[in-house]
Write a protein that binds this ligand. Structure first.
Ligand code: 4NP
Length: 153
């Protein structure tokens, strides 16, 4: 079993979107028993909350369910549990490294560094543009799934 954890600031916009999109891809490829997907926040502000309305509506538009998803905060145990700890932006990466006490571990990396974009995922909590974020998340998830498949063979 390969375990993937997406991390953003609040765990209500970007990381739950990536979690739901990757899980959908994994299910469609019949890989659910091989790849587990989760997400978490660096802050505690939205613990227990469902994803942001904008994330829920964007995913619904593409037939992707967010049912049962609830925000949680990153914990030190996550470093042992997960094989890929994927931050949405550079500030997430800094916070993850500090919270997990791992200054430079290869399993902690920035999501869109897997794509030619090599940039932060724009935060729709501030931009209001959930479509832009969704498109980048899909590209990132395709790249991440290819990386995982090449590494588990
Ligand atoms: P996220 O976006 O990190 O993509 O979930 C945010 C969610 C909430 C807040 C900021 C960003 N906030 O300030 O509450």
């Amino acid at each position: 079993m390969v375990c993937v954890l997406f991390v953003c600031l609040g765990n209500i916009c970007r990381s739950p979107m990536a979690e739901a999109v990757l899980r959908d891809m994994v299910e469609k490829r019949g890989l659910s028993s091989a790849i587990k997907v989760d997400s978490a926040a660096t802050c505690s502000w939205h613990v227990g909350e469902q994803p942001h309305k904008g994330t829920r509506e964007k995913l619904k538009e593409f037939g992707i369910s967010t049912s049962g998803m609830k925000g949680r905060q990153l914990s030190t145990d996550d470093f042992e549990t997960f094989d890929y700890i994927v931050g949405m932006d550079n500030s997430n990466i800094q916070n993850i490294r500090e919270m997990l006490g791992q200054p430079d571990h290869p399993k902690i990396f920035r999501f869109l560094d897997l794509t030619p974009h090599g940039k932060d995922v724009p935060d729709p909590y501030y931009t209001g543009d959930f479509q832009e974020t969704y498109e980048l998340v899909v590209e990132g998830c395709e790249a991440l799934l290819n990386k995982i498949l090449s590494e588990i063979k």
